[in-house]
Ligand binder design. Structure first.
Ligand code: ATP
Ligand code: MG
Length: 456
């Protein structure tokens, strides 16, 4: 069964019990846009208690994911369907979630509380019935994001909608209708009342959109509310032969030029935020940004912490920002040393970040470096495909071999690193015998001289 057939079945069993039910929200929007959708939301006049009874009677499992807001998630044959009772939102306090919700009997009321006209269409596939009170289909056709009702009121109720508007503009490549747009800017400061997690969910989707460059530049003041550390780069000129854009425009370009992978796009967004603090101008009027990588990293870390992102995402971004300008080169030896230091994902991320960074610079200056990055990437592939050693894990000897030879403690790691260096430099075969022989040259020495030998 496809998810559509499953959703239809759920709607059917709810209707058979005497209640209304519709598909609603993103999946309906995607349907009219002929876009793929993998997540169908259902809305119904059945109250959660009745709904659970219907699901029980039809042997459909469910989770009470948001009972307070009227949401039950049906788990049907491996797919989840959020089923939400028609509701209106209670009073909004502090521009975020409503204090409480009121269940209502009328689909019209439920559609009125939704954020944008394109998200406020209900569709019943079994009856082939569309409920579109606010011209959502027409706005989809014209690629317009327009608030349902008075935009100022809607953004004051829940300021997250400001982020959602620009997120949809980025992912759908829609323009924001003029009144809605003006209200976005008027109410932007209210985003400070919204939780960092909710903002980050929308920011992540925004960064991955096709229209991200235009959204980042047109709505930069909104970005500046959620990440005030971006504000200094808005008007930071870079008078150097390498650049043709100010730091923020360059940043937005590099986000767009990087692959649609969240850690990479987040890296690009923050990679140059330290530039204003590092900026100096020489006697010829040329700007320099010495040490900006490290300053950018120091500024990025607390931003990422504020968003409460996973450690994995944090580490992946923070590995690259402080070194985004280093030269990897096209010598296998050097590539292997970077592979050892950064790991395979790390070096691949670094290559992508450097490529995106170059694509946001003066195209007259970047041809050779872009070509070199292609070579570097091909060499990384070759090293990985051939299983060429680049880390101590790849050596034919390990810590136990060294313990058996009588080494202890810190020396073990130091000697393995020395062996690896020889292997990478092509001075030692990656063969157990050869490596053991080499290790034995350390053996007779007391530990401090062993250290010295390693350095030689
Ligand atoms: P996506 O394709 O990203 O899932 P979506 O439109 O389905 O987009 P969701 O966040 O899944 O977005 O929300 C489902 C629906 O709930 C929306 O289409 C909209 O009708 C409504 N909605 C969600 N968040 C809000 C909000 N903050 N204010 C008003 N309505 C909202
Ligand atoms: Mg959705």
């Amino acid at each position: 069964m496809t998810i559509f057939e499953k959703a239809n079945y759920l709607i059917e069993i709810i209707e058979n019990a005497g209640f209304e039910a519709y598909q609603v929200g993103g999946c309906v929007r995607d349907f009219f846009m002929e876009r793929k959708c993998d997540d169908i939301d259902i809305t119904t006049c059945a109250k959660p208690y009745d709904l659970e009874k219907i699901l029980d009677e039809n042997n459909v499992k469910y989770i009470e994911t948001g009972l307070k807001h009227g949401t039950v998630t049906a788990v049907f044959d491996g797919d989840n369907f959020e089923i939400t009772t028609y509701r209106t939102d209670g009073e909004y306090i502090d521009n975020r979630h409503p204090e409480n919700v009121n269940f209502v009997n009328d689909i019209d009321e439920d559609l009125s509380r939704r954020d944008f006209t394109i998200n406020a269409i209900a569709y019943n596939p079994n009856k082939n019935e569309i409920v579109d009170l606010f011209g959502g289909q027409k706005d989809i056709e014209n690629k317009i994001i327009k608030a349902v009702g008075d935009p100022d009121k809607r953004f004051k109720e829940d300021a997250l909608r400001i982020m959602r508007a620009i997120r949809f503009s980025s992912t759908l490549t829609f323009e924001i209708e003029e009144n809605t747009k003006l209200a976005l800017f008027r109410n932007k400061e209210l985003l400070k009342n919204v939780s960092a997690e909710r903002i980050f969910t929308e920011l992540s989707k925004l960064l991955l959109g096709d229209n991200v460059f235009n959204v980042l530049t047109e709505y930069k003041e909104i970005l500046g509310v959620i990440i005030p550390e971006l504000v200094p780069i808005f008007n930071c000129e870079q008078n150097t032969v390498w650049h043709i854009y100010d730091v923020y425009t360059h940043t937005a370009k590099t986000v767009k030029e990087s692959p649609k992978i969240l850690p990479l796009r987040l890296t690009m967004l923050l990679h140059d935020i330290g530039k204003p603090l590092a900026k100096t101008t020489d006697d010829n009027g040329v700007d320099h940004f010495k040490g900006h990588q490290k300053i950018s990293a120091d500024l990025a870390a607390p931003i990422l912490k504020r968003f409460k992102i996973s450690n994995e995402l944090f580490d992946r971004v923070m590995l690259i920002i402080p070194i985004h300008d280093i030269h990897i080169g096209t010598k296998k030896k050097n590539i292997k040393k970077w592979l050892n230091r950064l790991g395979e994902q790390g070096i691949r991320d670094l290559i992508e970040v450097k490529r995106a960074d170059k694509l946001g610079q003066n195209p007259e200056m970047t041809g050779e470096e872009l070509q070199n990055l292609i070579t570097t990437e091909a060499l990384v592939d070759e090293i990985i495909d051939n299983g060429e050693p680049y880390s101590v894990k790849d050596l034919k000897i390990n810590g136990f071999d060294l313990i058996n030879l009588g080494f202890k403690g810190k020396m073990i790691g130091d000697i393995l690193s020395a062996v690896l260096e020889k292997v990478i430099d092509g001075e030692l075969e990656n063969e157990k015998e050869t490596e053991i022989e080499y290790v034995k040259t350390f053996k007779a020495l007391p530990s401090d001289e062993g250290e010295k030998k390693k350095e030689n």
